[in-house]
Design a protein around this ligand. Structure first.
Ligand code: AGP
Length: 371
């Protein structure tokens, strides 16, 4: 009923709007006594200090959150991180040992591919930390440690609030590792956590774009395809935006690293093709910002319809944006927590305008328990 959906047309929109609260719940209790506490985990500070390699394994949206973990953990901890689709991991004979941390990310905690990756890692004596949204699910049960995301139940088959919660949990793991290892960022853990703690409010602010994006979604409903471009942490966001659109609107969608454009994808650009661009911050990432401006110029010159997600006050991008969606300015690594929101709304609204069931897309199950 409409009441269950909080007055919305579909659960997914309710869950998109629940994201600020979900993040508050993910963060709750994880900062105390001046540092990060991963209280639900059974790994000691010493265990964390010994880690010399991190693998992240996951599927679908959870995998996209894992790609972001790489940017944060390598930057904060100086430990190499590999992110792998769970379905590829164990068949590849990955190099694992006692000092390898395998982070298995799964909303449901029941995904067969991810569970098998966990089992494989444990046979190789790696330590496994699960990031999960479902209490007592199989993946956390078979892992050495677990960090629950506490985003609350998600009814929509397409992941929304659990994605933002996974990113947040990944970052908590990164900060805990930096702290335990005493990297140069260990002194800044408190400040980084404060920035994370400000994200629920930033996401709330981003929700003010919902009406604009829903209108845009209706305009784009007849498109044949949509491309998504991003750089740095905007790249996994582009992949996630494309996945959402495939899942919900059954539309051809692809996410690219913007730097790859001229290595192939630019050939796809044709008149009126919608291209969604996730802009890095002009202040925080000036170099990437200017590279992205030239990418937008290139695709606009070839007739693309540019839909640009950019930080408020980014005047330089305005002339290149056929549609400008403004998000609040936040720290670079945290931008995905706000830039993803309009992409979720866009996919849902295109799907609705095409007459599809947003909460139950065809052929998909909420958790995939067969390999
Ligand atoms: C997300 O919109 C999808 N439903 C799907 O990609 C999902 O993220 C994937 O199947 C992994 O699920 P899990 O997080 O429950 O392991």
């Amino acid at each position: 009923s409409a009441a269950e959906k909080g007055g919305h047309d579909y659960f997914m929109l309710k869950e998109i709007e629940e994201q600020p609260e979900a993040l508050e719940n993910t963060l709750r209790g994880h900062f105390s006594g001046g540092g990060i506490v991963l209280d639900e985990q059974r790994m000691t500070e010493q265990d964390l200090r010994d880690i010399d390699k991190v693998f992240v394994v996951a599927c679908g949206t959870a995998y996209h959150s894992g790609l972001l973990a790489k940017y944060a953990i390598e930057h904060w901890c100086r430990i190499p991180v590999e992110v792998e689709l769970a379905s590829e991991f164990r068949y590849r004979d990955p190099v694992l040992g006692r000092d390898t941390l395998v982070v298995a990310i799964s909303q449901s905690g029941e995904t067969a591919d991810t569970l098998e990756a966990v089992r494989h890692a444990r046979t190789q004596r790696a330590r496994v930390l699960a990031i999960c949204n479902t209490n007592g699910a199989q993946i956390p049960r078979e892992s050495d440690a677990v960090l629950y995301t506490h985003a609350g139940p998600e009814i929509g088959v397409a992941a929304t609030k659990t994605f933002l919660a996974q990113i947040t949990a990944n970052y908590l793991v990164g900060l805990a590792l930096a702290q335990a290892r005493g990297t140069k960022y260990s002194d800044e853990v408190a400040r980084e956590f404060e920035e994370l703690a400000a994200m629920p409010q930033a996401v709330r602010q981003t929700l003010s774009t919902v009406d604009q994006v829903r209108t845009l979604g209706r305009e784009l409903a007849d498109s044949k395809a949509v491309l998504f471009l991003g750089r740095h942490v905007g790249y996994p966001v582009a992949l996630e935006g494309a996945l959402k659109l495939k899942e919900l609107a059954y539309m051809h969608a692809e996410g690219f690293a913007a730097g790859e454009l001229k290595h192939g994808p630019i050939a796809l650009i044709e008149d009126r093709l919608p291209v969604v661009v996730v802009m890095p911050s002009a202040k925080g990432r000036a170099l990437l910002h200017s590279k992205m401006l030239s990418n937008i110029r290139e695709i606009q010159a070839r007739g693309a319809r540019t839909i640009v997600i950019a930080e408020e006050g980014d005047e330089a991008v305005r002339p290149f944006a056929d549609e400008l969606i403004e998000i609040p300015a936040v720290a670079t690594l945290l931008q995905p927590l706000v830039s993803t929101v309009p992409l979720q709304v866009l996919a849902a609204e295109i799907a609705r305008a095409r007459g599809y069931d947003v909460d139950k897309p065809r052929n998909l199950a909420k958790s995939v328990t067969v390999e």
